[in-house]
Design a protein around this ligand. Structure first.
Ligand SMILES: [Zn+2]
Length: 220
């Protein structure tokens, strides 16, 4: 029995003809044109262009840090590269190093300003991993005991032989990894996140591009 799947709320539904037309159009486009089109729809690229208001915290020529508009806790910061990359394995090494150096320092600021008992750094790649915006970003989340922010998983059970099997494959495939690898390995197969979703960083109804007021040691 053929079932028609309802489009998730807020998402546009296309007919097979429209999908075929879009595919045809994509095939005729140059890679630069496709990249340009992606950037035009990307929430984070639009934030960088000033098209979507946000609460910036820090920036330099390569990296941008702003408050998450749908925070897990007060002082939840998003850090992302200004250059558009969909997932972490596509980023050049030096940009990854730059990004995570900033993440480390923002974590220290978040610890200090929020009085957090812990800081969680979360980075997701691909829709299956829960990535909502297909532009690499890192969440820096202040954490407190019993703050109801869900991050745990139920451990799956595997036999020792299963551990050894996956260990052997991972170890073999990891043998070329080294710090500051000059041959930047770019992952080509990407399970892309949906381009249009209710953004975790969707703009608040009233534009508010301003520096946030520092909060002092308040437990949520
Ligand atoms: Zn982008």
């Amino acid at each position: 029995m053929a079932q028609q799947q309802a489009a998730p709320q807020g998402q546009q539904q296309y007919t097979p003809e429209q999908i075929a037309a879009i595919k045809k159009k994509l095939e005729s486009m140059k890679p630069e044109e496709i990249q340009d089109m992606i950037k035009k729809q990307c929430v984070f690229c639009r934030i960088l262009k000033g098209e979507i208001p946000t609460f910036p915290v820090w920036e330099d020529e390569k990296v941008f840090a702003t408050l998450e508009i749908q925070p897990a806790n007060e002082g939840h910061v998003l850090v992302f590269p200004k250059e558009h990359h969909t997932v972490l394995p596509q980023m050049p090494d030096d940009l990854v190093a730059h990004l995570f150096s900033v993440v480390k320092q923002i974590s220290a600021v978040v610890f200090e300003v929020t009085g957090a008992e812990g800081v969680e750094v979360r980075q997701r790649n691909g829709a299956a991993a829960g990535q909502m915006i297909p532009h690499v970003h890192v969440h820096v989340i202040p954490r407190f005991q019993k703050d109801d922010v869900v991050t745990d998983w139920t451990p799956k059970q595997f036999a020792e032989a299963d551990f050894q099997k996956i260990q052997a494959v991972l170890t073999d495939k990891s043998k070329d990894i080294k710090y500051h690898n000059p041959e930047v390995k770019i992952v080509e197969k990407v399970v892309s996140a949906p381009a249009e979703e209710p953004a975790p960083s969707a703009p608040s109804p009233k534009p508010a591009r301003r520096k946030p007021t520092p909060r002092l040691n308040r437990h949520p």
